[in-house]
Ligand binder design. Structure first.
Ligand code: HEM
Ligand SMILES: *[C@@H]1O[C@H](CO)[C@@H](O)[C@H](O)[C@H]1NC(C)=O
Ligand SMILES: *[C@@H]1O[C@H](CO)[C@@H](O)[C@H](O)[C@H]1NC(C)=O
Ligand SMILES: *[C@@H]1O[C@H](CO)[C@@H](O)[C@H](O)[C@H]1NC(C)=O
Ligand SMILES: *[C@@H]1O[C@H](CO)[C@@H](O)[C@H](O)[C@H]1NC(C)=O
Ligand SMILES: *[C@@H]1O[C@H](CO)[C@@H](O)[C@H](O)[C@H]1NC(C)=O
Ligand SMILES: *[C@@H]1O[C@H](CO)[C@@H](O)[C@H](O)[C@H]1NC(C)=O
Ligand SMILES: *[C@@H]1O[C@H](CO)[C@@H](O)[C@H](O)[C@H]1NC(C)=O
Ligand SMILES: *[C@@H]1O[C@H](CO)[C@@H](O)[C@H](O)[C@H]1NC(C)=O
Length: 353
């Protein structure tokens, strides 16, 4: 609900006391829940979950704000591969914690997995084993956005952790390649019910973080992409002298560590890093969206939140499906410490009583 609608709504139902409550949350909760999650899922079982996570992440980001980008990307990978079910966290997952041979375009920061399991430990110490790893990833992504300067928003919760993970091939097929043009991005994201506005907004996640050379040297060698700004291209060639160079560079040259709308300003200046980024400004279906985000950060923030909430509901497991993992990188049935975990659960239960 936007604020104008909200106002009309308030007028219409101002005789109802509940009207003001609906509108108070209307601004933050800008996308509907479609897949069984809830805004108040942990209200009684773990009311502190969000404050525990935010407090810890403030500490982590004070040391290294780059970790925020790693956590945001982790949520994206989790949701796109098989659904937001924490499967990306499992040992053996193609971009998971133990995967040494993932190509750079798949590899997630090792620290991201450690940060998530540290959060899991803090949350389970506080509440018992009631919060899923998938929800911790979703909340951590939100906090990464907010603590980097972006919007704060409520995340619908209640995801459960999956029991299986995707193979390498399925993982590769589920994630769009940085070499994709807008046509193929739109086609592939439409299968996830994400439209052109969602694609343009979610790509704005590239306002923070870094990339390996191999994800964009297709635009430098053997011939330089004519769409790319010449000075920008020359600088990238210094950083990546060959296609197999292992260097990294920032995704948003204007403000690499701040979650803002400068990514779209980069695109308008032909300084987008990936084909998938830059083509959003070439393709007529997304060009005006890019322009609007570049001139109006509020608009970008509102749309980013709505699209994140949409993405965060992709094929989630709820109710009696899946489980609450005791260790984010292993299924409970593979967890050799599970016996002691059950004991811990019983202890925290008796403490509650
Ligand atoms: C639209 C299709 C997308 C493509 C093709 C894409 C591709 C990539 C690639 C290739 C990298 C660099 C990997 C490397 O070489 O190290 C990257 C990094 C990143 N992506 Fe995306 N991505 C997409 C969507 C998203 C979305 C939806 C988000 C989150 C909302 C996101 C957030 C990030 C972040 C934060 C980084 C930096 C990670 C870090 O610094 O560790 N991306 N992306
Ligand atoms: C759930 O908790 C939040 C934050 O403490 C509070 O704002 C909200 O009113 C609660 N909702 C319900 C239904 O209890
Ligand atoms: C994965 O893809 C590769 C190359 O496309 C193929 O050779 C291989 O058989 C596939 N593996 C599985 C398990 O499907
Ligand atoms: C990642 O890189 C591999 C080669 O290293 C390539 O086969 C694959 O298509 C790329 N996938 C994505 C999602 O970029
Ligand atoms: C986009 O990429 C696809 C797949 O590589 C290709 O078939 C298509 O011609 C490209 N479209 C445009 C407009 O460049
Ligand atoms: C890595 O990038 C820096 C500039 O950021 C450049 O000076 C250096 O030569 C590059 N190293 C390699 C191995 O390509
Ligand atoms: C990287 O590529 C260059 C040529 O492009 C080649 O000479 C070199 O051996 C390659 N290095 C590795 C480690 O593959
Ligand atoms: C920017 O977008 C916001 C949110 O949609 C809107 O309320 C505002 O009027 C826009 N500002 C301008 C200057 O267009
Ligand atoms: C979680 O499981 C991983 C993989 O088996 C293991 O290396 C790690 O020590 C475990 N973490 C905890 C806190 O038990």
């Amino acid at each position: 609900m936007d604020s104008a609608n909200c106002f009309t709504y308030l007028l219409l139902i101002s005789f109802l006391l509940v009207g003001s409550w609906f509108c108070a949350i209307g601004a933050q909760r800008s996308a509907p829940i479609v897949n069984g999650l809830s805004w108040t899922f942990y209200n009684s079982s773990c009311p502190k979950v969000e404050s525990i996570i935010r407090k810890q992440l403030k500490k982590v980001f004070k040391e290294d704000i780059g970790q925020a980008a790693g956590l945001l990307r982790l949520h994206f990978h989790d949701c796109f591969v098989q659904g937001c079910d924490g499967s990306v966290l499992l040992d053996g997952s193609a971009s998971g914690p133990s995967e040494q041979e993932a190509p750079p375009n798949l590899s997630l920061r090792k620290e991201a997995f450690e940060i998530i399991d540290d959060l899991r430990e803090l949350v389970h110490k506080g509440c018992g084993r009631v919060v899923s790893c998938a929800d911790i990833v979703a909340i951590a992504a939100r906090d990464s956005v907010f603590l980097s300067g972006g919007p704060d928003y409520d995340v619908p919760l209640g995801r459960r952790d999956g029991l299986t993970f995707a193979t390498r091939n399925v993982t590769l097929a589920s994630l769009p390649a940085p070499t994709s043009n807008t046509s193929s991005l739109l086609t592939s994201l439409a299968t996830k019910n994400l439209d052109a506005t969602d694609v343009a907004a979610l790509s704005g996640g590239h306002t923070i973080g870094i990339s390996h050379c191999s994800s964009f040297t297709n635009r430098l060698y053997p011939t330089q992409d004519p769409v790319m700004d010449k000075t920008f291209a020359n600088n990238l060639k210094q950083i990546c002298p060959t296609t197999n160079s292992t260097n990294t560079t920032v995704l948003d040259i204007r403000s690499p560590n701040t979650f803002d709308n400068k990514y779209y300003v980069d695109l308008m200046n032909r300084q987008g890093l990936f084909t998938s980024d830059q083509d959003l400004y070439t393709d007529s279906r997304t060009r005006d969206i890019v322009k609007n985000f570049a001139v109006n950060e509020t608009l970008f923030f509102e749309q980013f939140v709505a699209s994140m909430i949409k993405m965060g509901q992709l094929s989630v497991l709820t109710g009696g499906n899946g489980e609450i993992r005791a260790n984010c990188s292993v299924r409970n049935s593979d967890n050799k410490y599970m016996v002691s975990v059950v004991e811990e659960d019983l202890e925290s239960l008796s403490e509650l009583k």
